[in-house]
Design a protein around this ligand. Structure first.
Ligand code: ADP
Ligand code: GLC
Length: 476
């Protein structure tokens, strides 16, 4: 089966969040199962410099006023790509969402190119039977399929985060090549604007999101205005959990660690802690429980609840490290917290992939206090690396962490800590639970082992996506 993924990020070239990780892992896992999955992505400079172009270019019209455009077939470590090469839109390095003026044009071009591949195929003769778009940057893909001419490939949209919707002024209808007839509630219109994600969710044959709990939440209070549409399409909406790419996230082979380890050699984990503490300017030693958060600093990630608990953690003898970037107010607040508690609290404001790996290998607890979390990957990486995740019970966090209770400790299912209310107080209570368990070395190690043994592989999710494709009527 020929499937084209359509997305704006791909680890390790361009990654803002978990979407990049998923795009690197899921198509490869589906290919292992025999599906011919390829990825359409903009030809960002970081990608152009790193991947091999493998064949003839497919000429495209000058999409969305962005000048010359073409598709280049390429390959990244066995994953076939089509690069949308349109230098006026994608020639700048850095965060792909950083150029607001032409943001809608750029991702409309991406979506149009996907629909074109589905209709006409590439110069190398490859034509996908199914187009699978990810998040709002691919949201107009089902619209260009619906309102275009010619054969109609099947369409699927996955929501990685419904908080980002790609909503733009209706005056862009014509510049984006959308017919006037598409501007209705049944099409691309959303509260008087053009809704990229909304259009995709309305018009795609199937909708996925990245956990079963989030699939329920977005039909209720958590849909950011799209709950009605999603509840209406309930029969065609499915939550499929993300997995862990063990070629990247495996403490036994991780090149970033000073000491590699696995379930059978847990003591080899220990040297990673002083190394990490040293790098962040924390007091070295094993006595203080080490809490770490690795996150985009975005209000939905709930890091303000961690700020509320800085003094509490320090008073209880713990250490805290925050690795993150985003909201300038949060960045400043964590910097100040680190200044107030030198050696006990550290803030690394920035994005550092290697440091993230080292943090998972050093931490006792990974804090994920999200207000909303579609799936979340850091709680999965924490488990794989023997850090206990402490999470708010929402979205994928609820689906992938089993909270410590007397029952789950006894039956061997506990893998971390959970709390419910999105308040500093509730997080503080969960921190207390973690500190209590930390006193009981044997119990702590048991929970750690259970997390390390948990298998959040990609094969299961890859199979489920293929089964879902099979439910769409039509010849493929
Ligand atoms: P989201 O996609 O909403 O940001 P996820 O938990 O799915 O959340 O994925 C976040 C990814 O980004 C993980 O791979 C995490 O390790 C990484 N990450 C987030 N912030 C940083 C940072 N400051 N430095 C390094 N990696 C980070
Ligand atoms: C989004 C979500 C995150 C999810 C990731 C990959 O960025 O915020 O929860 O894990 O996409 O699906």
């Amino acid at each position: 089966m020929r499937v084209l993924f359509v997305a704006s990020e791909l680890f390790p070239f361009v990654k803002v969040g978990g979407l990049g990780d998923v795009m690197a892992a899921l198509p490869r896992a589906m290919r292992v199962l025999g599906a011919d999955v390829r990825l359409l992505i903009p030809a960002y400079p970081e990608l152009r410099a790193a991947v091999r172009v493998t064949g003839e270019a497919t000429p495209l019209p000058a999409l969305m006023g962005g000048g010359p455009a073409r598709l280049l077939p390429a390959e990244a470590d066995g994953l076939p790509l089509y690069l949308l090469d349109q230098p006026a839109f994608f020639g700048r390095p850095g965060n792909p969402y950083d150029h607001p003026a032409d943001l809608p044009h750029r991702f409309a071009a991406l979506a149009w190119a996907a629909a074109h591949l589905g209709r006409a195929g590439a110069a190398d003769g490859w034509r996908p039977a199914l187009l699978h778009g990810h998040d709002w940057p691919a949201g107009l893909m089902p619209a260009y399929v619906t309102y275009g001419e010619g054969p109609r490939p099947a369409t699927v949209m996955t929501i990685h985060n419904i908080a980002f919707q790609g909503r733009f002024a209706s005056s862009l209808l014509e510049p984006l090549g959308l017919p006037a007839a598409s501007f209705t509630p049944e099409g691309v219109e959303f509260h008087g604007d053009i809704g990229f994600l909304k259009a995709g969710l309305k018009l795609a044959d199937r909708i996925c999101t990245v956990s079963p709990t989030y699939a329920r939440e977005i039909q209720q209070a958590g849909g950011h205005g799209l709950e009605g549409l999603l509840a209406h399409r309930n029969g065609h909406l499915q939550g499929i959990l993300n997995g862990v790419d063990r070629t990247v996230w495996n403490p036994a082979t991780d090149p970033h660690l000073v000491s590699r380890y696995d379930l059978k050699h847990p003591s080899r984990r220990l040297p990673n802690r002083p190394d990490f503490q040293h790098r962040l300017g924390l007091e070295e030693g094993a006595a203080a429980p080490l809490f770490v958060a690795i996150s985009r600093l975005d209000p939905l990630k709930g890091l303000d609840l961690v700020l509320d608990n800085v003094d509490h953690l320090v008073a209880r003898g713990a250490q805290l490290a925050v690795i993150g970037t985003g909201d300038p107010h949060a960045e400043g607040a964590f910097r100040q917290a680190a200044q107030r508690h030198p050696g006990r609290v550290a803030a690394f404001i920035g994005y550092d992939e290697a440091l993230a790996h080292r943090a998972f290998a050093a931490a006792d607890v990974i804090l994920v206090p999200s207000r909303q979390e579609p799936c979340g990957l850091t709680q999965l990486y924490a488990q794989a690396y023997g850090a206990l995740p402490l999470v708010r019970r929402t979205g994928g966090l609820a689906d992938t962490v089993v909270g410590v209770t007397p029952g789950t400790l006894a039956d061997g299912s506990a893998t971390g800590f959970q709390f419910d209310a999105p308040t500093g107080w509730a997080l503080g209570e969960a921190i207390n639970d973690a500190l209590d368990l930390f006193q009981d070395g044997a119990a702590w190690r048991q929970v750690q082992r259970q997390g390390m043994a948990a298998r959040f592989g990609w094969e299961g999710p890859a199979r489920t996506y293929l089964e879902l494709y099979g439910t769409i009527p039509g010849e493929r």
